[in-house]
Design a protein around this ligand. Sequence first.
Ligand code: PLP
Length: 421
Amino acid sequence: MHHFTYKDNQLYCENVPIVEIAEAVGTPFYLYSFATLKRHYLAFTAAFEGVNKLVCYSAKANTNLAVLKLFATLGCGLDIVSGGELYRGIKAGFLPRKIVYSGVGKSDHEIDYALETGILMFNVESFDELEHINLRALRLKTQAPVAIRVNPDVDPKTHPYISTGLQKNKFGIDMQAAIEGYKMASRLDNIKVVGIDCHIGSQITEAEPFDNALKSLKALMNELKRLGITIRYLDMGGGLGITYGSETPPSLGEYAKAILADLDDPDLQLILEPGRVLVGNAGILVSRVLYRKLGVAKDFVIVDAGMNDLLRPTLYNAYHAIEPVEKSTENLIVADVVGPICESADFLAIERNMANVKRGDLLAVMSTGAYGYVMSSNYCSRPRVAEVMVRDDQFEVVKKRENYKDLVTGETLPAFLNDGR
Ligand SMILES: *Cc1c(COP(=O)(O)O)cnc(C)c1O
């Protein structure tokens, strides 16, 4: 459910016609709906009502400060994967005791920053990392709260680039080794074992993999109990999928049921790290048609947004619905929607049944609130686009469009190029 709907053939975000925003801020731009973001968060927490839980929004899906602030204000926690996300999270008002830190490659600086901030826990992904966090904590004369991210080897049945809980993936520690990891952790003076963690993948459209992962984690927790190691936090990660096209992911209720089915210890706090499911359908990318071009084999719709603005189609072959912002014709065409980047992989859609658009028309690339702007780049020296948020009948730019000067910020010419030789 989202708040991008047509009224009289005009696409609105809540109560603002998108055409108006395009006129005011230019194209392309990302557009987020306040009401949709809020509704998704409230629906997610409602599905786990009465459960001892902490919902930690996975920042990397969309790190815009306005989005973060909105969730922080609702009492949400944060799942981060870098020092930069910690910085943004603190700036947006998240409480450190509601922040968990995941990722296989935390640097010294990032570990120290998180220790000094006093986050809830580090989700540790290797023995090496465990020993190293212990050393950093010793230096800072503190104790690092940790969970071990275990790899339950369950197949999330999603795109290989976004499956993370298989033995061949770089994430987590396998179940057997995790026991050794916990034994080691409990011997380290500056480590405090507090949790167990997994995150099996993203855009998961079945409930079963979550249930399977939980069963594995529970078995491990029982084993740990026998060893005298108690776990306070059970972090089940994120990964619940959304509908981009024809997918039918489990409802929030079914998802919660799969996770809660085997959860019977009221002292254990459940941590969830939803990303995509909170923000994915709450955002769109608005782009203008630059040209039509009838090739020998294909009909092309050339738009002003490219793979540097939205990488998902190129990287994952992802499907995003593309809708006209103003419906003017019932005529359909079959076309490739492509951007201005000099790469054949620069496409937003391939052989798509779509409106017969012409130069100047606006298109909405739907469900781009997650892994959209955050994955954008300056490739081909294209300034990053603007981000806009709508609330009811108001809109505001929440990240201004970059300009050419921004593109060269921080670049300097070495003296040896300046001496004329
Ligand atoms: C990316 C990520 C998430 C969020 O995944 P979604 O599929 O967007 O819900 C949660 N936890 C970790 C550790 C992640 O890396």
